[in-house]
Write a protein that binds this ligand. Structure first.
Ligand SMILES: Cc1ncc(C[n+]2csc(CCOP(=O)(O)OP(=O)(O)O)c2C)c(N)n1
Ligand code: SF4
Length: 285
C-alpha cells in the first residue's frame, strides 16, 4: 500500500474550515493509496469552483480548466493514455449546469473514468447563488423571492445517460466514501459519484446534520437492476432516513476506448504524430 502522505499536494487547501471538499480529498487519497495506484499514474481534471480547486491540493497530475469542462478534457486524457487512472472532479454548478452536456455524453460513451461531484446545492465560489440542485423555494442571492425551479436529479440523469456505475456518498462519512471511490475507480466504464458535500458558509440548511438525519445506507439492493436503481434515485425527503446513500447501479458494458478501432489498439501518446502528405491535402482542399 502506498502511504496516503504521498498524495499530499504542495499547496494546502484554502477551503473554509469544515467544507465538505476536505472529505473528498481524503477519500480520494485513501482510495488511491489502498488500490496501490501511484500518484504519477493518476490525472484529476476539474472545472471552476471551490471544489474544482482540488488538483492544486493533491499530488497527482492535474488539469484545472474551464467552468463545466472537466469531462471532455478527462476523456481526451484517457484516450491519449489508457494506462492512466482518470478522475474528473467539480461542483454541482460545474457539472449540472455549464457541463451538463459533457456529463451526458461521457456517460453515454461509457468512457473508463470516474466522475465525482461535490454537490453542495449552491454555487460556492461565487458566494451562494442557486445551483441546479438547489431545492425549490430556497432564498439565495440569485433567487431573493425563492427558487422557482425544481431541482435537477443527478442520479436519474446519470442512469438514463448510460453510466454503468452510479453511486451517492456523504462527506460526513469518509470511510464509506473511500469504499465507494475505490469501487468506482476499479469499475471498468463511466463511474459517477454524487457526494453530498456541505458548503458550511453559503448553505446553512443542507449541512452535516441534515444529511446525517435524512440519509440511509442502501443494503442488499440489486445493483444490476436499472429500474430498482431508478426507483432508489427517486427517493427524497426531509424526514429521517429517506435519502439513500451507497452504490445504486454497477453493470458491465463495452467502454468507448475498446470499441473504437484506433483507441483500442494504441495508447495515442506512444504513436508517432501523423504527418500530412500531399495526397491528404489534395483530398481535403
Ligand atoms: C462559463 C462560466 N460561467 C460562469 C462562471 C462563474 N463561476 C465560477 S465558479 C461558479 C460556480 C461554482 O459553483 P459549483 O460548480 O457548484 O462549485 P462550488 O464552488 O460550489 O464547489 C460560477 C458560476 C465561469 N467561471 N465561467
Ligand atoms: S464557500 Fe462553501 S464550498 Fe467554498 S470552500 Fe467555503 S464551504 Fe467550501
Amino acid at each position: 500500500m502506498i502511504p496516503v502522505a504521498e498524495y499530499k499536494g504542495k499547496v494546502a487547501p484554502d477551503w473554509c474550515p469544515g467544507c465538505g471538499n476536505f472529505s473528498q480529498l481524503r477519500a480520494i487519497s485513501m482510495a488511491l493509496s489502498e488500490l496501490d495506484i501511484r500518484p504519477e499514474n493518476v490525472v484529476i481534471s476539474s472545472g471552476i469552483g471551490c471544489s474544482s480547486n482540488m488538483p492544486e491540493f493533491i499530488n497527482t497530475y492535474g488539469y484545472h480548466g474551464l467552468h463545466g469542462r472537466s469531462l471532455p478534457v478527462a476523456e481526451g486524457i484517457k484516450w491519449a493514455n489508457r494506462k492512466l487512472t482518470v478522475i474528473a472532479y467539480g461542483g454541482d454548478g460545474d457539472g449540472f449546469f455549464e457541463g451538463t452536456q459533457h456529463f451526458y455524453h461521457a456517460a453515454k460513451r461509457n468512457v473508463d473514468m470516474t466522475y465525482m461531484v461535490s454537490d453542495n446545492q449552491v454555487f460556492g465560489l461565487t458566494t451562494g447563488q442557486a445551483s441546479p440542485t438547489t431545492p425549490i423555494g430556497r432564498i439565495t442571492k440569485s433567487t431573493p423571492d425563492g427558487n422557482i425551479e425544481p431541482p435537477f436529479n443527478p442520479m436519474h440523469y446519470a442512469l438514463t445517460a448510460g453510466a454503468t456505475f452510479v453511486a451517492r456518498g456523504l462527506s460526513g462519512d469518509i470511510k464509506q466514501l473511500k469504499e465507494i471511490t475505490k469501487a468506482a475507480i476499479q469499475h471498468k466504464g463511466f463511474s459517477f459519484i454524487d457526494v453530498f458535500s456541505p458548503c458550511v458558509t453559503y448553505n446553512k440548511i443542507e449541512g452535516y446534520d441534515f444529511f446525517r438525519k435524512t440519509t440511509y445506507e442502501l443494503q442488499g439492493n440489486n445493483r444490476k437492476d436499472f429500474f430498482e436503481a431508478f426507483k432508489h434515485a427517486s427517493e427524497w425527503g426531509e424526514e429521517a432516513h429517506t435519502i439513500p446513500i451507497g452504490i445504486f447501479y454497477d453493470v458491465d458494458a463495452p467502454v468507448y476506448e475498446d470499441v473504437d478501432e484506433t483507441l483500442s489498439k494504441y495508447n495515442l501518446k506512444d504513436k508517432e504524430p501523423y504527418k500530412l502528405t500531399e495526397a491528404d491535402l489534395e483530398e481535403f482542399y
